[in-house]
Design a protein around this ligand. Structure first.
Ligand code: NAP
Length: 255
């Protein structure tokens, strides 16, 4: 079985790792190419766009792909729409891994918005110390609010994407736990956090930290993704692929 995984996420890497080395499978992990030095994976990897849904459909046919797994990030809406269309065109079975969104808990001070422009406006006119954790691609939107002091954390260097007078750029790759996020926010006098509702455990630390410190969070809601068969994690994808080992539970059931 030849499987194409559309990646760029922890779930895609976890699935690729769990399928690596099986003689009955041929797995290709596809990355957009946004990260200069992506983590090495034990399956064959291709990098760069396909050229829209038609390009992806051509790739599926040319490479003899039997199963397509869309394991892209919740905010990567274009590639997911392309995957749905390409799968329909080629009749290649498609599964999406859709990581559950974070839910507001007691004590969370969230202001939920739909766009980055609304997130910028939600910071208000008064200068504040902002922890910007939305990645680098859309950071430029915050140049419209140069009165704030930004601590911007990205995986890749931010470069000159956010031209504002008060900017501290921090390069780091998660996971980040709540204690280190509390320390970071305290050290930088953070007054408000801007986050995408990415979901997952790896970056939830900042949300828990903000709740602990009673700091408000501007939470950007997810874009719409196509309505296709989906599972919440890599384990669900293994099951869909028919590859689950039916091992006995490792713990005894309480009586
Ligand atoms: P996007 O807006 O949905 O996609 C833009 C274009 O990038 C697509 O049309 C496609 O080009 C190409 N592309 C995206 N993902 C690809 C993949 N896995 N393999 C090959 N080409 C891909 O995506 P994005 O928001 O820019 O995100 C890019 C990548 O970063 C995704 O793989 C995503 O999983 C990862 N990522 C995104 C975020 C985020 O916040 N957006 C966060 C973490 C990781 P063609 O049309 O030419 O095929």
């Amino acid at each position: 079985m030849r499987i194409l995984i559309l990646g760029g996420t922890g779930e895609a890497s976890a699935l690729a790792r769990s399928l690596a080395g099986r003689p009955d499978l041929s797995v290709v992990l596809s990355l957009a190419g946004r990260t200069a030095a992506p983590k090495a994976e034990p399956v064959s990897t291709r990098v760069g766009g396909f050229g829209g849904s038609d390009g992806l459909a051509r790739y599926l046919g040319a490479e003899g792909i039997d199963r397509l797994v869309d394991a892209t990030h919740p905010f990567a809406a274009t590639i997911s729409a392309n995957a749905a269309r390409a799968a329909a065109l080629t009749e290649v079975p498609l599964l999406a891994i859709r990581r559950p969104a974070w839910c507001r808990s007691t004590g969370d001070l969230w202001n939920e918005v739909d766009t980055m422009e609304q997130a910028v406006a939600a910071l208000g006119p008064k200068s504040r110390r902002v922890f910007l954790t939305i990645g680098r691609q859309e950071a430029g939107a915050f140049a419209a609010a140069p009165q704030h002091r930004y601590l911007a954390r990205t995986v890749e260097p931010l470069g000159d994407l956010l031209p504002v007078p008060h900017l501290t750029a921090l390069e780091a790759r998660g996971p980040f736990d709540a204690d280190s996020e509390i320390a970071l926010m305290r050290a930088n006098g953070i007054e408000i956090v801007v986050s995408k509702n990415s979901g997952g455990a790896a970056t939830y630390g900042k949300i828990a930290a903000a709740r602990d410190l009673a700091i408000p969070v501007v939470m950007v809601r997810r874009p719409e993704k196509p309505d296709v068969p989906n599972v919440p994690d890599a384990e669900g994808a293994r099951r869909w692929l028919g590859l689950c080992d039916h091992a006995a539970p490792s713990t005894l059931r309480a009586v």
